[in-house]
Design a protein around this ligand. Sequence first.
Ligand code: BGC
Length: 503
Amino acid sequence: MAVGGFAVDGGNVDGLGGRITLSVVVTCVVAATCGLIFGYDIGISGGVTTMVPFLKKFFPSVLKKAAEAKTNMYCVYDSETLTAFTSSLYIAGLASSLLASRLTTAFGRRNIMVLGGCTFLAGAAINGGAANIAMLILGRILLGFGVGFTNQATPVYLSEMAPPKWRGAFNTGFQFFLGVGVVSANCINYGTSKISWGWRLSLGLAAAPAAIMTLGALLISDTPASLVERGKLTQAKQALLRVRGQDTDIEPELTELIRSSEIARATKEEPFVTIFERQYRPHLVMSIAIPFFQQLTGINIIAFYAPVLFQSVGFGSDSALIAAIILGLVNLGSIMVSTFVVDRCGRRFLFIEGGVQMFLCQVGVACVLAATTGASGTERISKGYAILVLVLMCIYAAGFGWSWGPLSWLIPSEIFPMKIRPTGQSISVAVNFAVTFVLSQTFLTMLCHFKFGTFLFYASWIAAMTAFVVLFLPETKGVPLDSMHVVWERHWYWQRFVDKESY
Ligand code: BGC
């Protein structure tokens, strides 16, 4: 092991770890803006699907149902085409995130971020001008390709660029900008919902975050790891000097990168095959389990449909959007908490605390809805109880914001050795999209049939995932990427899979 002598549970990383330069901060902030587009889309689609002119043009059946006053309040938005519209993005994202593994290895992380931005831009233009449902779905597929590329490339970029000691903090930037995207979209929806063609503005304005992140990505260099991997040694050296500081001895880090890239090159095997080798079982399990569990916290159900949900539990259309904005702001604040805590107290601490908090809130929401809306869900909830639901959801959103939100991007991007890092991240993003797709297909039907029980369903998953973290997730804070194998070697369960010879 070339980089020895670091403490796995601490930030003492042989001088490689801790220095934060202005250049690395600026570079990582610019890269993290790639989160904007995904966030904007999440926020916009939830709001647009409650706008009457939009529903009238594309989904008139939903309006007809809502007009039948006797409808069970859990079932108003249970429409297949509406769900198909929202979730078409996830299928496209799934395909492109898998493709992105090859592309980021061949062309670098940065270039794929640019490609993602451009594709998203095209999707925004088509959606803003949509004349029929086919255009609407085509636009969404392009948006999906865009977020598939950027969600794969950006977390890896951030983890490779950041000083190891503060990798967690830098990586949370992605989720932070994602949250900024959600809140901006909610605010825009609030304004545009008053205009008859406001939905066009909401959808078309997706071009703004896409332009910001694309231009930003064009201004930054690729990561030293990716440059070394692609044989651009001089550029890698320059990039390292720039981000680590001109007076820093970058040789040890560079030597490590060259060593890892030689191992990567020597393996002629297809990375999608390598990743299934027994020695990478712990990594593979995490790259599937982490995004799978993240979605089963139920966050998207709340993010996509917060306005829908609040409207159907008795808030008016305006206050429903305001509620969604409040939720988004709470989430944003809590991501900042994560930025400060993740490299000090570690990933496990945040996962466990956040898990307990989210569990209690989901149970609370279920109890309030059960007590106030009745078993059939036809009774109107009073304003007071509706506010209580909102408060519980805010505490829930805070828990998510400092745990499963940012950490689900961080963990898969930091646990893999260089040769299969892009592949691991691709699998993780694909799982994220696949599960989001399945849940968004089923949530409204589930809400319609299980009513408040839906929230208990998610609460049980949160209990399971928290137990999983306690038992199986090793602490990764402060460990340089190239020495990450040590955390598995020392883990009570995963150590049986590790093949020490291969590092
Ligand atoms: C998740 C998304 C979610 C968002 C909410 C992300 O980390 O992957 O599915 O909508 O956080 O802020």
